[in-house]
Structure formats: structure tokens, C-alpha cells
Ligand binder design. Structure first.
Ligand code: 5GP
Length: 174
């Protein structure tokens, strides 16, 4: 047993979502639990080292964790969105999906060069999304040395790829 088994019990697995054969880890049940969500944010804040200027959250569930971490980390929130959703001038990054590709974007003026950014999302699987976010943030001049997730699916290898990119990765549930 590890210290985060209490959190693991708050997520559920939905088979065949969004497609047949996929086991989707549903975190909405953890969000509904006041003590579980509060403990998740407290543990993510504790796992963060050094000063952070901005918490970058990935649309959409990553926004929830980024927003809640901003206050304890005394940081602002930077939105990484699907392309086409942000109103100002953006920079974008493409990444491969199982079939086809997708594009994420951020406001081009969202950060100052050298800003210390913590990347946050609900879950890391293949790491394709998080790696695209890191490329985008670094293209904008950010220093991205840490990434945090509620859930890591280690068999899919994403966390290892991020570590190979020089990012300190932590997750509360594996
Ligand atoms: P990756 O790019 O690492 O393969 O997939 C991670 C991204 O897809 C994250 O933005 C995450 O929200 C979403 N995602 C993929 N699989 C799941 C899942 O089983 N549960 C949840 N909650 N999100 C998932």
C-alpha cells in the first residue's frame, strides 16, 4: 500500500470510452469528493520544488488542477488550449494522435523569457500531449523543469519520455 491508495479509490475505470477497447480512467469522481480533491492539490503543491511563476494547465481537466495550484504556489495560470480557442495572437504546436494529428496553442505574450513554469494535467498516457505542451512552452522561452499529473499510466511510457526531455515528473496515482 502506498500513501496515495486513498486517492486511487476515488477514480473509476469506464470500459470502451471514448472508443471500444479503451479503458478510460475517470477522475470526475475524485473531483466530486471534497477531501480527495483537496488532498490531491495539497500533495501536488508539496511535490513542487523551488519558485514557480506560472502553472500551465492543459485543456480541459488540466485547468482544474492548474487553477487550484496557483494560490498555494503563488503563481499565475497559463492556459494551453486546443487551437482556435484563444482570442489573442497565439503560437501553436502539432502533435501526433493514434490516427491523425492535433494542435495546441497558447497566447504568444503569455510569459516572459525564463519564466519558471510547472506543467499540469489530469493524466499522462503516451505523453504526446504533455510533450507538445513542453515544446510549445520552451518555444515561448519558458523554463519547464517540472510536470505533475494526478494519474500516470506507466505502461504507456509518457512519463519516461518527459524525463528523457529533462523534466522532473511526478504523479499521485500510478
Ligand atoms: P497522452 O497524450 O499522454 O497519450 O494522453 C493524455 C491526454 O489525454 C491528457 O490531456 C488526458 O486528459 C487525456 N487522456 C487520455 N487518456 C485518458 C484517460 O484514461 N483518462 C483521462 N481522464 N484522461 C485521459
Amino acid at each position: 500500500a502506498n500513501a496515495n491508495d486513498d486517492l486511487k479509490a476515488l477514480i473509476r475505470t469506464i470500459p470502451d470510452f471514448p472508443k471500444p477497447g479503451i479503458l478510460f480512467r475517470d477522475i470526475t469522481t475524485l473531483l466530486l469528493n471534497p477531501a480527495g480533491f483537496a488532498a490531491s492539490i495539497a500533495r501536488m503543491a508539496d511535490a513542487t520544488h523551488g519558485p514557480i511563476d506560472l502553472v500551465a494547465g492543459i485543456e480541459a481537466r488540466g485547468f482544474l488542477f492548474a487553477a487550484a495550484l496557483a494560490s498555494p504556489l503563488k503563481a499565475g495560470v497559463l492556459l494551453i488550449r486546443k487551437d482556435g480557442k484563444l482570442p489573442g495572437a497565439t503560437i501553436a504546436e502539432d502533435y501526433a494522435l493514434e490516427y491523425g494529428q492535433d494542435r495546441i496553442a497558447m497566447h504568444a505574450d503569455a510569459l516572459a523569457p525564463g519564466a519558471r513554469v510547472l506543467l499540469v494535467d489530469d493524466l499522462i498516457a503516451t505523453g504526446g500531449t504533455a510533450r507538445a505542451a513542453i515544446r510549445l512552452l520552451r518555444k515561448a522561452g519558458a523554463s519547464v523543469s517540472q510536470a505533475q499529473f494526478l494519474v500516470d499510466l506507466p505502461d504507456l511510457g509518457g512519463a519516461k519520455l518527459l524525463r528523457d526531455d529533462g523534466v522532473d515528473v511526478s504523479a499521485l496515482i500510478s
